[in-house]
Design a protein around this ligand. Structure first.
Ligand code: BGC
Length: 255
């Protein structure tokens, strides 16, 4: 087991990629705080699965857009698990809207959840890790769109591009404390965020035809990389982004 005795907080882990990461961490021996915003029932299912694995686990509610709530989330995790060794920032949303129509409300919602919440959650987690003095791991679930354009998703791209520079910048400040910070950039993964595409055969065909591996990824395929980055095996990796996208960012029509 690669994460035996580690204590992890995974934001947005009542569903999607976060859920798969919480479960994968539990399988590798970690105790886990499952964070959710609205879906208490789904969080309960994840908690039960982790309990079946024999892990210490707690479900914690918080609005990822509110800095004070993310700070409370970290404090409650520490209280429940006795410390914090790994933070995964997986809570996130996307809203499809042409740039000319984006409102301030839309902008604030996406940026507050995807970037501001993640930033201050990482800060609170890092403060705790510094105090513990035993190093730590911060993993941000960004997106291939931290790097690649995404038509009609300018606010999402802004938030993920911010996450890119966040990891690249603070890795230096955290390194003396043996805290690493890295991003995972998923491509198209079969989760609720892609439900519109998954339900439309034409859109699905268009999407898979620009993915060299010819299919969407699974949340478990993202979780496998998260386990690696959270483990001792990744002790010399910081300030990086790992792409988990079936080659999507490398696709080219070859005309
Ligand atoms: C988005 C998905 C999209 C994928 C590939 C992800 O970050 O959340 O909606 O399908 O990138 O473009």
């Amino acid at each position: 087991m690669q994460l035996q005795g580690k204590r992890a907080l995974v934001t947005g882990s009542s569903g999607g990629i976060g859920q798969a990461i919480a479960v994968a961490f539990g399988r590798e021996g970690a105790d886990v705080a499952v964070h959710y915003h609205k879906d208490a029932a789904e969080a309960k299912e994840v908690v039960e699965e982790l309990q079946r694995l024999g892990r210490r686990v707690v479900a914690l509610q918080a609005d990822a857009a509110a800095v004070a709530e993310m700070q409370r989330l970290v404090a409650q995790t520490v209280q429940a698990l006795g410390g914090l060794d790994i933070l995964v920032n997986s809570a996130g949303i996307e809203i499809r809207q042409p740039f000319l129509e984006v409102t301030e409300e839309h902008y604030d919602l996406v940026l507050d959840i995807n970037l501001k919440g993640a930033y201050f959650c990482a800060q609170a987690a890092a403060r705790q890790m510094v105090q513990q003095g035993t190093g730590g791991r911060i993993i941000n679930i960004s997106s291939i769109h931290e790097d690649v354009a995404f038509l009609n998703y300018s606010s999402y791209c802004l938030s993920k591009g911010g996450m890119r520079m966040f990891a690249r910048t603070v890795c230096q400040e955290l390194a003396p404390h043996r805290i690493t910070i890295n991003n995972i950039a998923p491509g198209a993964i079969a989760t609720p965020i892609n439900v519109r595409t998954l339900q439309d055969p034409t859109l699905l065909h268009e999407l898979t035809s620009v993915i060299p591996l010819g299919r969407l990824g699974t949340p478990e395929e993202v979780a496998a990389v998260a386990v690696f980055l959270a483990s001792d095996a990744a002790s010399y990796v910081t300030g990086c982004t790992y792409y988990v996208d079936g080659g999507m960012t490398r696709w080219n029509k070859g005309l």
